[in-house]
Structures are given as structure tokens and as C-alpha cells.
Design a protein. Structure first.
Length: 106
């Protein structure tokens, strides 16, 4: 994505992220860049995190579509690398549990 395209997208996304009930699923990044790396999608992830916060962002693998370009382990590893460790609990589990009303059954 060009820097102009990224900025236009970020500006439009700000309208959604201003709404507290809207959440962001971090998913499907390989659909537009089949050779994506953590570095190539870093601006997208950074924008989402800065606008929504870790408490309104959740990981999504987009499998089986992502399997055309990456293994599940590669996808998870890239996200783990991109996200600060302090965000992992929220992005990988807490946000989706809250959003989808999933309760732990002990």
C-alpha cells in the first residue's frame, strides 16, 4: 500500500475507531500482499493499535485462506513479533472473549 493509500485508509479508519462499540480484527493481511512479512504490515498493525487500543483489537488468522501463502505458525509468529508483549493477552484472547461474550468454564 502506498503511503498516500495508507494515510487515506488511516483517516477513514479514525471515523470507526472513534466509536467505542467498534472493534478491529487483525486478519487477512496476506490477501493483498502474498509475500507479507511482519515489517511490511507493521504500519497497518500500528495504525489499528494506536486507534483502537489493544483492548479493542483481536487476532484473526483468516485460515484457511491464509494457508495459501503462510502456515498458521508463521502467521501467529509475525503477529507476536509485531505486538508488544504487554498487548498479547488482550489481542490474542481477552478482546475476543469480551466481544463474543465467551466465559471460562472451570
Amino acid at each position: 500500500m502506498s503511503s498516500t493509500g495508507l494515510q487515506n485508509w488511516a483517516d477513514a479508519l479514525a471515523t470507526l475507531s472513534a466509536l467505542p462499540q467498534v472493534h478491529c480484527k487483525l486478519s487477512g493481511l496476506g490477501m493483498f500482499d502474498h509475500d507479507w512479512t511482519a515489517e511490511s504490515v507493521s504500519p497497518i498493525i500500528s495504525t489499528c493499535l494506536s486507534q483502537f487500543g489493544a483492548d479493542r483489537c483481536m487476532f484473526g488468522s483468516n485460515f484457511p485462506v491464509d494457508s495459501l501463502t503462510s502456515t498458521y505458525e508463521e502467521v501467529v509468529s509475525r503477529y507476536q513479533y509485531l505486538l508488544p508483549a504487554s498487548y498479547h493477552d488482550d489481542v490474542f484472547q481477552n478482546t475476543s472473549k469480551r466481544f463474543y461474550h465467551i466465559e471460562n468454564k472451570n
